[in-house]
Design a binder for this molecule. Structure first.
Ligand SMILES: [Zn+2]
Ligand SMILES: [Zn+2]
Length: 287
């Protein structure tokens, strides 16, 4: 399985000289399974460049597009996803719609006059729309499970397992929340247990979190705690705050690594071997 982030930024795009290394686009991930199946998580602004890259093949494009939730930063790139306009391309969209409406409604509301000149029905590609339920989903050679996160509205994290490798995408999640208590910390630990890669929301410092309790995001420290407790092999900080520069994100990663070193000094055995880094828009992570 190969994973590439095309957008790593939370809330709103943050382009500029200060965010060049980790990127300014909002969430979008490309997951390539070993059997070639393409899975796209979220359609933030990063999906625009992913679409342009996919178009280079000149071949029909088939993919599953899975939405963690429908906050702006996770859907706003969709109208600029060029492959959606091209006949012969096929997409299955999996999402949890608002109560009482279908998945189609999400896109009809997103692409509507006077906010956008082209309606969802005018797109050239074939779309199958599927409501996210509670059961497992087979995606090519992989099996995907989901769990709710602690975030305003219905939001989900996903675990993809293929050929003995596992990847968890858990964004927009307020761990150890006093304000949003949907899923206990221990359940998220169980969900992430032993993953080869965990990409998790690590938006805030402790000081920032004092002013943002209940907004549905985690500090780097609580995200690190989850990664350590779950025994994951690699942990990537994600959903970077739009106000955080590359240097600031470097310092968060360094604090995570320092914390791991400190804990290992205290441990006689079962040392933490986890690799910790921040998600960027360039790297391809191979599992
Ligand atoms: Zn978000
Ligand atoms: Zn959100």
């Amino acid at each position: 399985m190969k994973i590439r982030c095309w957008g790593t930024r939370g809330s709103i795009p943050a382009p500029g000289a200060e965010t060049v290394r980790y990127g300014g686009n909002t969430p979008c991930l490309e997951v390539r399974l070993d059997d070639g199946t393409l899975i796209i998580f979220d359609s933030g602004t990063g999906i625009r460049e992913l679409g342009l890259e996919l178009m280079k093949s000149g071949q029909p494009i088939r993919a599953q597009i899975i939405l963690t939730h429908i906050h702006w930063d996770h859907i706003q790139g969709f109208p600029f996803f060029v492959p959606a306009y091209v006949e012969g391309n096929q997409f299955e969209i999996i999402a949890r719609p608002l109560a009482g409406s279908g998945v189609r409604q999400i896109f009809e509301d997103l692409m509507v006059e006077p906010y956008f000149p082209i309606g969802f029905d005018a797109l050239g590609a074939d779309f199958r729309l599927r409501e996210l339920g509670s059961g497992d989903i087979d995606l090519g050679g992989a099996r995907m499970t989901s769990i709710e996160t602690n975030h305003p509205g219905d939001t989900f994290a996903f675990r993809v397992e293929e050929n003995g490798k596992s990847f968890v995408f858990m964004t927009d999640n307020e761990l150890r929340s006093s304000a949003i208590k949907k899923v206990p910390f221990e359940e998220h630990v169980r969900f992430c247990r032993g993953a080869d890669l965990l990409i998790h929301d690590a938006m805030y410092t402790d000081e920032e979190y004092e002013k943002t309790v209940g907004w549905g995001h985690s500090t780097w420290m609580t995200a690190l705690e989850l990664a350590i407790k779950a025994g994951v092999s690699r942990f990537a900080l994600y959903h970077h705050d739009p106000a955080h520069s590359d240097d600031m994100i470097d310092s968060l990663v360094e604090q995570c690594r320092k914390e791991i070193r400190a804990r290992n000094r205290r441990r006689k055995k079962r040392k933490i071997k986890m690799k910790c880094f921040a998600a960027d828009e360039e790297s391809v992570i191979k599992l």
